[in-house]
Design a protein around this ligand. Sequence first.
Ligand SMILES: Nc1nc2c(c(=O)[nH]1)N[C@H]1C(S)=C(S)[C@@H](COP(=O)(O)O)O[C@H]1N2
Ligand SMILES: [Mo]
Length: 426
Amino acid sequence: MSKASAPGSRRRFLRAGGSALAGAALAPAIAAAQNKTETPLAGQAQPLEVAPWSKTPGEPVLWQPYGQPSSFEKNVVRRSRAAAPFAGANSSMTPLQDLHGIITPTGLVFERHHSGIPLIDPERHRLAVHGLVARPTLFSMDDLVRLPSVSRIHFLECSGNTGREWKGPGTASLQFSHGLLSCCEWTGVPLSVVLDEVGIDPQGAWILAEGADAAGMTRSIPVSKALDDALLVYAQNGERLRPEHGYPLRLFLPGFEGNMSVKWLRRLKVGREPFMSREETSKYTDSLPDGTARQFTFLMETKSVITFPAPDHRLRQPGFYEISGLAWTGRGRIKRVDVSTDGGRNWSAAALQEPVLDRALTRFRLPWRWDGAPAVLQSRAVDEGGYVQPTGRQLVAARGLESGYHFNAIQSWKVAADGVITNVQV
Ligand SMILES: Nc1nc2c(c(=O)[nH]1)N[C@H]1C(S)=C(S)[C@@H](COP(=O)(O)O)O[C@H]1N2
Ligand SMILES: [Mo]
């Protein structure tokens, strides 16, 4: 046996391990422990308790044929603002405060439905492609899944995300302020492949996409986007779409507002002009102070938010914390994220977790020692084109207070001396 198992060696082993692992934060405590025989740290060298779950065999294989999180994680769930007139026309939010890395687990992906979740039989589902095409075609799911496919990791954000922050802090939690946001691996057929199959007329400039839900949601998509990187998606994070995300087929437009990624897709009609549907005239336009509105604001702008610490957390004591958050842009890749702990006076560049993907969430991190004094935490994303995430004041100066969509301002979280965190505007 090795030296580590010799009598009396356990404490030396722990000390060595402790010293090797300790950063500057732990070094003084370890030095103190090494100088005394009985200290709180030396107490940690007592034999491990043998817990009840170590004494009997555990649950059998196939305990849960479809795996579920630990019951100790039962608070990590989507949440919804209640009190919509019809529960089907509502949304639920992703618990960003509890997530790690960049992929959103499918069961925690936010939902936005205009008329509930249709339960569609994939055998009976058809996609009609017609209008200015040489060969109008009805595709079955089997027809589509046979075609050449791709998988891409992209964020999906509702353009109404953070809409309540236009007029100052509107929500008391990260989940409710920024939770209409997710990032998944999407698998499907490039729309360009299907348009090639049907022979799109050179006069075609716009495509109407229609959902099979009771809302019959429709949006006009520029043909340039359709031929570039639009996907007809049937799988998400490795499995077929869930009903709430468009099973069996949805459109997916990387970097564009979530509303255009029409779920339960049943029809694509090619035309010369945009179709001026409800969702691109009375809704999903941005009212300006002079009474006009911006229309067809497809791109989701460069944005970021600190996900830890956030109002959904409370800091128990001063000391070391890792500030962590997410940045994303419909324009391409994130180049830099700056973090401030003093309300924007000083900024430090955060570390970006690789891989930094095109139009995906990017995780950033910055070590922080909280001294126990009030602090205001902010993050500011810069994309590869040099666009800098604006302040709320800059955004309001440019667009006024009538808009509900496309609010991408810097978010401020205030940490009070008691560790309580609130949403503030500075
Ligand atoms: N057919 C249809 N497609 C739809 C919607 C809808 O209600 N019906 N909601 C849209 C909106 S507003 C958003 S933000 C996204 C949400 O996608 P998710 O529920 O998969 O997160 O789907 C879009 N596609
Ligand atoms: Mo949306």
